[in-house]
Ligand binder design. Structure first.
Ligand code: PLP
Length: 435
């Protein structure tokens, strides 16, 4: 199989975060490279229904490189203990590793300070945290929260709950037939009542890359803070929260080649300082009496209870792994693969790509005449190909495009052109079976 992105050796943390030159030309040199990205993912080396696995479901959850699996094993075999409260060596080692992982997230997002990085379960929990903490404090009756029509349910439902609690209103901004945000309409909806803008960076249902810098600039010009849902962007492009200027940024570890059950919320320190805790319990306090409690400093104020130590460390390993690649060049590689896939998919008769934004990343959603997406998914599974079918937790997007569901092929750093070729051949097979 053609080799994909060449992986650099990872000898030290400093070296890992540096990022080194890479060009898609290395694809041609790939066969001479002994160590490749694809080889780093042991799960990919298997057969499904007697066919070599083609994994095209990274937008739902990405696979894990060996170094992440190893980091988890090493932690549990050597260092596990509860963090922050222990004087014994294991607790100190666990604390050091957990806090070092926070430092890696800080570097990954280019945040100013580790105080701005809150470990959470994932994007969903990060958005709920902002809704219930920032939202309950700052958003009231008659206020508006501006989102878009292309949001994942995770960036809709937490705001609906907040609206029910406060009497605020959720305002969706429309998208056009390509699946791009209509900026003039967005600007119109950004009014005196808007108290927060919460927008997806890359849509999981359409692949649209939103003009988030412009969105932040428009919102900030009116003094409105912005949350960016980075669940799909973090795995596909370098993210710099200082350059973006956003106030909150949320992402999930499991989509970023890390473990499940861990993710991070970036929040500007000035905002996090003013926000009340999200949950109460151990870790998030400095002192407790029956009358009152004083809260811990950032970011611990938002991390009640024993944290997910192991998976935070695993996430740190995943971010080291990504940092050892040149992220810009990986984004180029993935972009080329996406274009290749688009051309190939367009040749399948009756196939309609849903989401044709000029800037796309990571995936293609599609429907096929005469074939229900679930049937497409089932037939593809029998060919060893894993795609996702359904509404992708974005039902308003399905409504906008007049479909109940789509099939979605999504790509990761380990995918190669042969994967696309296998997909397209299998889709022709679907047409023969169902046509
Ligand atoms: C754009 C987007 N936002 C939010 C989420 C929710 O992420 P998680 O389930 O990891 O919390 C997803 C997951 O698919 C997503 O694609």
């Amino acid at each position: 199989m053609t080799r994909a992105v060449r992986r650099k050796s990872m000898t030290a943390e400093a070296e890992a975060t540096e990022g080194r030159p890479f060009s898609t030309a290395s694809l041609d040199r790939g066969l001479r490279v002994s160590h490749t990205v694809r080889d780093d993912f042991p799960i990919l080396d298997q057969e499904v229904h007697g066919k070599p696995l083609v994994y095209l479901d990274s937008a739902a959850s990405a696979q894990k490189p060996r170094c992440v699996i190893e980091a988890l094993r090493e932690y549990y075999e050597n260092d596990h203990a509860n963090v922050h409260r222990g004087v014994h060596s294991l607790s100190q080692r666990a604390t050091f590793a957990y806090e070092r992982a926070r430092g890696k997230v800080k570097m990954f997002l280019n945040a100013r300070d580790t105080r701005e990085i809150v470990f959470v379960r994932g994007t969903t929990e990060a958005i709920n945290l902002v809704a219930q903490s920032y939202g309950r404090k700052n958003i009231g009756e008659g206020d508006e929260i501006l989102i878009t029509e292309m949001e994942h349910h995770s960036n809709i439902v937490p705001w609906q709950i907040l609206c029910q609690q406060t009497g605020a209103r959720l305002v969706p901004s429309p998208i056009d037939d390509r699946g791009e945000l209509v900026m003039s309409e967005f600007e119109k909806r950004l009014g005196a009542r808007t108290k927060l803008v919460s927008v997806v960076h890359i849509s999981n249902a359409l692949g649209t890359v939103n003009p988030v810098e412009e969105i932040v600039a428009l919102a900030h010009a009116r003094g409105v803070p912005v949350l960016l849902d980075g669940a799909q962007a973090a795995p596909h492009m370098p993210v710099d929260v200082q350059a973006l200027g956003c106030d909150f940024y949320a992402f999930s570890g499991h989509k970023t080649y890390g473990p499940t059950g861990i993710g991070a919320l970036y929040g500007r320190a000035e905002l996090l300082e003013q926000m009340p805790p999200y949950q109460g319990g151990g870790e998030m306090i400095l002192s407790v009496t029956f009358e009152t409690s004083t809260y811990n400093e950032l970011p611990y104020k938002f991390e009640a209870g024993t944290p997910n130590i192991a998976d935070a460390i695993g996430l740190g390993a995943a971010l080291d792994y990504l940092a050892a690649l040149d992220r810009g060049a990986v984004a180029d590689y993935e972009h080329n693969l996406l274009e290749y896939a688009e051309h190939a998919l367009r040749e399948v008769p009756g196939l309609r790509i849903i989401g044709t934004a000029r800037r796309k990343a990571g995936l293609h959603s599609f429907t096929m005449e005469g074939a229900h997406p679930h049937d497409i998914g089932t037939i593809l599974d029998h060919e060893g190909i894993a795609i996702r079918t359904g509404h992708h937790c974005a039902q308003p997007v399905m409504t906008r495009f007049g479909v109940a569901a789509t099939a979605r092929a999504s790509f990761g750093i380990y995918n190669v052109r042969e994967d696309v070729d296998r997909l397209v051949a299998a889709l022709h097979h679907v047409r023969r079976v169902l046509g």
